[in-house]
Design a protein around this ligand. Structure first.
Ligand code: OFO
Length: 183
């Protein structure tokens, strides 16, 4: 008896999404190593933690594919691309790759809606919220870097930013958490 509960289209898209998450993990890993080589240990620590988060996302999807009775296909992970040229460039690239990942998550949400596969639709809602958090976090960091001078940020401003980022929580505050008393 065939117990597979995922369509071929969705199984393919979810397998691709596993690779996308692994790709993002490699990006964070590469940028963390680049930051560490440059002496920015706080930023490196932040990026290493995010590399782990992306790996966890990959595992969530892998587990979901298996639990729905479909086949997991582990494929090659594309290289992360060139190192950033500055801290500003690093977080602009992080933001860009998060937005790209959000787009592919939304595509899977659309596909599951078109197929009325509500289990996958429901599973993907966790990722929709996670992407909102990660985009917000990257936007907040870019704003801080902008205040510090953006692409021309001086060493002392970057030093403060680096020490702050080592302690920055991994989750951003979302609009849905705001209240009138606590905007
Ligand atoms: Fe997997 O959360 Fe970012 O990309």
């Amino acid at each position: 008896m065939d117990t597979n509960r995922l369509s071929q289209t969705l199984a393919k898209a979810l397998n691709q999404q596993m690779t996308n998450e692994a790709h993002n993990a490699q990006i964070y890993l590469a940028y963390a190593s680049w930051a560490s080589n440059g002496g920015y240990d706080g930023i490196a620590n932040f990026l290493f933690r995010h590399a782990n988060e992306e790996r966890n996302h990959m595992m969530k999807i892998l587990e979901y594919i298996l639990k729905r009775g479909a086949k997991v296909v582990v494929s090659a992970i594309p290289a992360p691309g060139p190192d950033p040229v500055s801290i500003n460039d690093c977080f602009e690239k992080v933001f860009k790759s998060e937005v790209e990942n959000t787009t592919s998550i939304y595509d899977i949400v659309n596909m599951s809606m078109a197929e009325k596969d509500w289990a996958t639709w429901n599973f993907m809602q966790w990722f929709v919220k996670e992407q909102t958090e990660e985009e917000t976090l990257a936007m907040d960091l870019l704003s801080k870097i902008k205040v510090a001078g953006g692409a021309n940020a001086k060493n002392d401003a970057l030093f403060v930013l680096d020490s702050e980022l080592g302690k920055t929580p991994d989750d951003a505050k979302l609009a849905q958490d705001a209240t009138a008393a606590n905007p």
